[in-house]
Design a protein around this ligand. Structure first.
Ligand code: C2E
Ligand code: MG
Length: 301
C-alpha cells in the first residue's frame, strides 16, 4: 500500500463510524422510512419500500449514503443491520395489514447478505415469527450484488425465491450482468434507475430506448418499476412506454409508513403530491403536507 496523507484520516473515520454504528444498533437509533410503489395504470399503491435512516444523536437524520458503505465493510454490522431492517419492516407490514392496507413490503439487501445460505434461513425464520405471507415480502438485490459472488449469491436468491419471497433487481441495466443473471435467477421485478428516463419525454430516440428497456423486462417475465420519478411529464411518458409501476418524489418522499397510509390509505386513485413536497431532503422528516382530499387523480389513460 502506498502511503497517502488522506488514508489515516479515512481509516480513523471508518473505525469511528464502525463503533458508532455498533452503538446505534444497541441503542435502537435506526429508523425506517418508506416510499410507495405506484401502479401507473390503476394509481394504486402496491408496495412500500423500506429505506433505512440513522437518527444520529448529534448529526440528525442520516441517509444511507453516509453510513451504509462502512456497515457493508464489517459482517458484524451489516448482518445485524439487515436483520433489524427486516424485523422492523415485517412488523410494520403486519401493522398496516391490520389497518386494512394490502401493501407488500420491500427490503433492500446488501451483497454481503448473499454470501451465505444462512441468510435464507434467517429470512424464513423471521417470516414465520412475523406471520407475514412470504409473497408480501419483496427483497431488492442490486445487479452488482449478484455479480459479486456469482454462484453463492444466485443460490441464496434461489433459496429465497423458493420460499415464495419476490425478488426484485434494483439498478437494472446499470452493470453488464443483468441479462445473464436474469436467465438463471428467479426475478419477478426489475427496477430502472432515473438515469435511463431522466430525458423523457425527450425525442423519438430517447423514447425508443426507454421502451426497449421496458419491453426487455416484460419479455423476461418481470414487472417493470421506474425509480426516481419527479415530474408528471416523465410519469406520462413512462405510461406511454408501457412501464408498470413507479416511485418518486412526484408522489411521496420517503417517510414513516403512517404518513404514507394517511396520504394514500383510503385513496383509490394515484395522487401526485404538489411540488412543495419535493423541495429538499429536509421535507423527508416533516409530516406529509398532502392528504387524499387535496390530491387529484393521475392523468393517465
Ligand atoms: P435504492 O434502493 O435504489 O432506493 C432509491 C433511492 O432513491 C432512495 O435513496 C430514495 O430516497 C431515492 N429517491 C426516491 N425517489 C426519488 C426521486 O424522485 N428523485 C431522487 N433524486 N431520488 C429519489 P436513499 O433512501 O438515500 O437510499 C439509497 C440507497 O441505499 C438505496 O437505493 C439502497 O440501495 C440503499 N439502502 C437503503 N436502505 C437500505 C437498507 O435497509 N439496506 C441496504 N442494504 N441498503 C439500503
Ligand atoms: Mg431499492
Amino acid at each position: 500500500m502506498v502511503y497517502d496523507v488522506g488514508t489515516p484520516q479515512h481509516a480513523t473515520h471508518v473505525l469511528l463510524m464502525h463503533d458508532e454504528l455498533l452503538r446505534a444498533l444497541d441503542r435502537d437509533e435506526l429508523v425506517l422510512h418508506y416510499q410507495p410503489k405506484m401502479e401507473l395504470l390503476t394509481g394504486r399503491v402496491s408496495c412500500l419500500e423500506a429505506l433505512v435512516r440513522w437518527q444520529h444523536p448529534d448529526r440528525g437524520l442520516l441517509l444511507p449514503s453516509e453510513f451504509l458503505s462502512v456497515a457493508e465493510q464489517y459482517s458484524e454490522l451489516i448482518g445485524p443491520m439487515t436483520s433489524w431492517v427486516l424485523r422492523r419492516a415485517l412488523a410494520d407490514c403486519t401493522a398496516w395489514t391490520a389497518a386494512g392496507l394490502d401493501w407488500a413490503v420491500a427490503v433492500n439487501l446488501s451483497h454481503r447478505n448473499l454470501a451465505s445460505l444462512e441468510f435464507a434461513d434467517t429470512v424464513s425464520l423471521m417470516l414465520r415469527e412475523s406471520g407475514v405471507r412470504p409473497g408480501l415480502l419483496h427483497l431488492e438485490v442490486t445487479e452488482t450484488a449478484l455479480a459479486y459472488d456469482n454462484e453463492m449469491a444466485a443460490q441464496v436468491v434461489g433459496a429465497l425465491a423458493a420460499q415464495g419471497v419476490s425478488i426484485s433487481m434494483d439498478d437494472f441495466g446499470v452493470g453488464f450482468t443483468s441479462l445473464t443473471r436474469l436467465r438463471t435467477v428467479q426475478v419477478s421485478e426489475v427496477k430502472i434507475d432515473r438515469a435511463f428516463f431522466a430525458d423523457l419525454p425527450g425525442d423519438d430516440k430517447d423514447r425508443a430506448v426507454v421502451r426497449s428497456f421496458i419491453d426487455l423486462g416484460h419479455s423476461l417475465g418481470c414487472l417493470v418499476t421506474a425509480v426516481g420519478v419527479e415530474s408528471q411529464d416523465v410519469a406520462d411518458a413512462l405510461v406511454d412506454a408501457g412501464c408498470d409501476q413507479a416511485q418518486g418524489y412526484l408522489w411521496q418522499r420517503p417517510c414513516p409508513w403512517e404518513e404514507v397510509a394517511r396520504a394514500f390509505g383510503s385513496a383509490t386513485t394515484a395522487t401526485a403530491s404538489n411540488s412543495s413536497t419535493s423541495d429538499s431532503a429536509s421535507t423527508e422528516i416533516e409530516p406529509a403536507t398532502s392528504g387524499p382530499g387535496s390530491q387529484g387523480a393521475m392523468n393517465h389513460p
